[in-house]
Design a protein around this ligand. Structure first.
Ligand SMILES: NC(=O)c1ccc[n+]([C@@H]2O[C@H](COP(=O)([O-])OP(=O)(O)OC[C@H]3O[C@@H](n4cnc5c(N)ncnc54)[C@H](O)[C@@H]3O)[C@@H](O)[C@H]2O)c1
Length: 309
């Protein structure tokens, strides 16, 4: 197999019927993969459902594409998607966890039921799909099939934060932890697992209601960024040519970012608690940590620059 072709590979792309997921499904398919498009056609907040959305995406791809139009967070969904891939195409090599919903509210107005729903779709569903898929992948690989790859779509909101996105940011930050552990658990099998924080024009970008100048600029720029750049990075990360695993990337037009990950930035060795030298303790923390503190700029402010298109 050449380094970039995906001939004969089998992919599951959740949320693959619209936006970034559709661009990913198209690119994987164009490179030779068979694709399960798992999408129930819901609104951005997860309400409603429309099976015609996945059906239309599959019809546009033609051969080697099958729709699965249930809710990816429903009980048994992960196993069902993997079973469909195996039944229709004989294996599962690639998983792209891209489906997500948003239910934003400033923290003091947050509703537990919204937090639960976002966590179910954006974090629990990826776990369940990866758990089912990796079990199948290990068996296939032991039987001689080449390993594939897993990509989890995260967000700069989960890496950096943004006002009102407690549920979404918590889910996406959780997905980073999941990505790291899957990369570790599947390293011996040769299956790579990475996270991608995308920036692209989709219905979600269109729905941004700017609350300040930074958001006005962010929205206008984002609406100019094609999702194909995200798809290109994902296709590379799941191809035989990729050796990266457990990493967090970003992609915004022609810019591809590698994000750093939290590691100890500074250390203080304090006196023992019984000495009660709390003033010295506070000043040791302030002087050692002061230069390394992370500011509270939002992700929109952090990416307040012109994208390369
Ligand atoms: N658009 C951006 O710039 C941007 C920025 C940061 C992160 N992301 C992430 O990229 C991914 C794709 O975002 P998008 O902007 O293309 O979103 P989108 O809303 O346009 O597409 C998401 C798709 O997922 C499907 N979906 C949602 N819940 C589902 C469920 N429970 N079961 C099955 N399908 C479901 C929807 O029907 C929809 O087709 C998401 O993970 C999102 O968090 C996007």
């Amino acid at each position: 197999m050449s380094e970039t072709t995906l001939d004969g590979r089998v992919a599951i792309v959740t949320g693959g019927a619209r936006g970034i997921g559709l661009a990913v499904a198209r690119t994987l398919h164009a490179r030779g993969a068979s694709v399960i498009i798992a999408d129930n056609g819901v609104a951005i907040d997860g309400s409603g459902a429309d099976p015609a959305v996945a059906a239309a995406a599959v019809a546009a791809l033609g051969d080697r594409a099958v729709a699965w139009n249930d809710d990816v967070s429903s009980p048994g969904a992960g196993a069902a998607m993997v079973a469909l891939a195996v039944e229709r195409f004989g294996a599962v090599d690639i998983v792209v966890n891209n489906a997500a919903i948003l239910r934003d509210a400033l923290i003091f107005k947050g509703r537990p039921e919204d937090f639960d729903r976002v966590l179910r779709v954006d974090l629990h569903a990826p776990f369940a799909l990866i758990a089912a898929a990796t079990a199948a992948m290990r068996d296939q690989i032991k039987a001689g099939r080449a390993p594939g790859g897993i990509v989890n779509m995260v967000s700069s909101a989960g890496l950096i934060g943004n006002f009102g996105q407690s549920a979404y940011a918590s889910a996406k930050a959780g997905l980073l932890g999941l990505t790291r552990v899957v990369a570790m658990d599947m390293a011996r099998a040769g299956v790579r697992c990475n996270a991608v924080a995308p920036f692209a024009a989709t219905r979600v970008t269109e729905s941004i209601r700017p609350a300040n100048d930074s958001q006005v600029r962010y929205r206008a720029r984002a609406l100019r960024i094609p999702a194909d750049h995200v798809a290109r990075l994902v296709a590379f990360l799941v191809s035989a040519g990729n050796t990266f695993t457990g990493q967090v990337f970003g992609v915004r037009g022609r810019e591809v970012f590698l994000f750093s990950q939290p590691r100890v930035a500074a250390t203080v060795v304090a006196g023992t608690p019984d000495r009660q030298d709390e003033t010295a303790y506070a000043s040791a923390l302030a002087s050692a940590f002061g230069p390394h503190l992370t500011d509270l700029a939002t992700d929109l402010e952090r990416f307040d620059t012109e994208p390369e298109l």
